[in-house]
Design a protein around this ligand. Sequence first.
Ligand code: PLP
Length: 385
Amino acid sequence: MTQSEVIYLDNNSTTPVDPAVVEAMLPYFASKFGNPSNPAHDYGLEALRAVEHARFQVASLIGGESKEIVFTSGATESNNLAVLGAARGSRGRGNHVITTVIEHRAVLNPCRQLEREGMAVTYLPVDTRGRVSVDDLANAVTQGTVLVSVMAANNEVGTIQPIREIGRVCKERGILFHSDAVQALGKVPLNVEDFGVDLLSISGHKMYGPKGVGALFVRSRDPTVELEPIVHGGGQELGLRSGTVAVPGVVALGAACELAEGHLATESSRLRTLRNRLFELISIAIPAAIVHGPEANGLPGLLNLGFPGIDGDDLINCLKGVAVSQGSSCSARSFEPSYVLRALGIGDELARASIRIGVGRFTTASEVDEAAKRIIAAVQMLQHA
Ligand SMILES: *Cc1c(COP(=O)(O)O)cnc(C)c1O
């Protein structure tokens, strides 16, 4: 089977770059190649203007200001800068951080690092749909809590967290609030003012931009967030992220954010429709299929399904015609059942017999129909094996 015959339904793992985004970034490789840190001549100035335009486009999507956007190499770096930077920058005030057990590893592992540095971290549990309780969170706050980090939407099961309510708790207690918004951006409305978010992580390649570029929103007032940088050097990006800005990627991220802002309403309803159609087709043929995460009103486009009684490895082997994920792609090489599914109370065997399907901007209704046929055929074959 050639790659083009395989239907791509793994858009929560990565997305193709939108052709309009490719077009926007191309001139910045060869003809407009200047260094934005050196605007003394027209080459540098042209690059600087492009970077500042992109900064405005990113800020606009989330309701922030241009000066509050720091460009990074991706959301892994944004999450590291937010968690390590905010906790280390608040050392004088306290040494406690609160997060959840289903955060991405790019949040969990920096939290582990903080523990090695002597800080205390509370990992809040989630319910069977993946939701964290705001009461649990408020009860976990201590005198020494300096940072809360809760993702806007989960990458494996699509749970949307009560960000606005968490933002309110943090504001009342004077605690910094970071949210990994990688999966939510472009699919659900998110505004750093309305939601009371102080730090927000963005990734290019989850929203039709390229890999290797991301951003971190860092609130500049009420409160002014003091971050300790993790990369030291020439002092670019307000000293928070040294290194020459990756101009083509940043231009692309800006274009991707502008597209996401324009398409938000239509895109999220289209993704919901496709996801619901896929679920209907599969569940009619396989009534035993179980939805992990929210039944409805989860992240538009994401469907995590478990097939009881089927071997997980066989399932992936029989599903060659559809590109989906088993567990999260970051842990896909280890055959450990997903820690996110485990946290939802799902047993190891069912977790291994589960797939995450992600429809995206370029998925068509006929692809959904064909993918449903292929998934049904694979599962039915294994059920009768
Ligand atoms: C993909 C992902 C990341 C990591 O982003 P990169 O840009 O690939 O480093 C972080 N958090 C979530 C929720 C993700 O889905």
